[in-house]
Write a protein that binds this ligand. Sequence first.
Ligand SMILES: Cc1cc2nc3c(=O)[nH]c(=O)nc-3n(C[C@H](O)[C@H](O)[C@H](O)COP(=O)(O)O)c2cc1C
Length: 213
Amino acid sequence: MIHNGHNGTDIAAPSVAVVYHSGFGHTTTLAEAVAAGARDGGAKVTVLPVATMTDDDWDTLDGADAMIFGTATYMGNVSAGFQAFAEKTGRRCMTGSWRDKVAAGFTNSGAKSGDKLATLNSLAIFAAQHHMHWVNLGLGPGWNSSAGSEHDLNRLGFWLGAAAATDVDADPDQVHPADVQTCRHLGQRVALVTRQLNIGRTLSPAASTPAAS
Ligand SMILES: Cc1cc2nc3c(=O)[nH]c(=O)nc-3n(C[C@H](O)[C@H](O)[C@H](O)COP(=O)(O)O)c2cc1C
């Protein structure tokens, strides 16, 4: 067995952290689906709600090979809760301690569009500021032809990450099954991409050090 992950674990079983904010539980349902998908992909998964991060949780995050960021869309962007978490990573951003880790994102809102693309853009920019490698959804758009339906994977037609629409009066267990499956797909994809990257790094180290100034 090769032990060469960021945290010394088996590279064939990358460590994936699902770190997310949910005000009312709907995005929690999706975070659990992302986590299940990452487990399907062979990853060791930790689910971290940003509202209750402990020192141990920050250590887990720092040791992860991949982070999948999730947030409800509030006011057309990431929630204040998620942004508060993001701003707590400023020192890590300055030191580059998350550099070359894998990242991806998912969001959820009430409206079918709901300006969720702005949220995914913010998550991707957050990852880029940390010099992380962003993984897209890897699915074509569903529900976009006469043969399609709301039960298609990626029914809302996003490319940058996974997006869900949940009726504002729905309970968390009423999140649309197609959105749950789309999030599950994202988790699995991130696990598999991270595994490929970890194995590749044993053959060809990443050019991860900035050029000396
Ligand atoms: C303060 C606030 C702002 C919201 N802004 C949006 C929005 O911009 N677009 C949208 O479609 N839904 C919006 N919603 C609806 C939520 O995105 C939706 O209810 C979502 O399922 C909440 O997820 P959560 O339970 O994980 O917090 C907003 C809800 C709240 C409370």
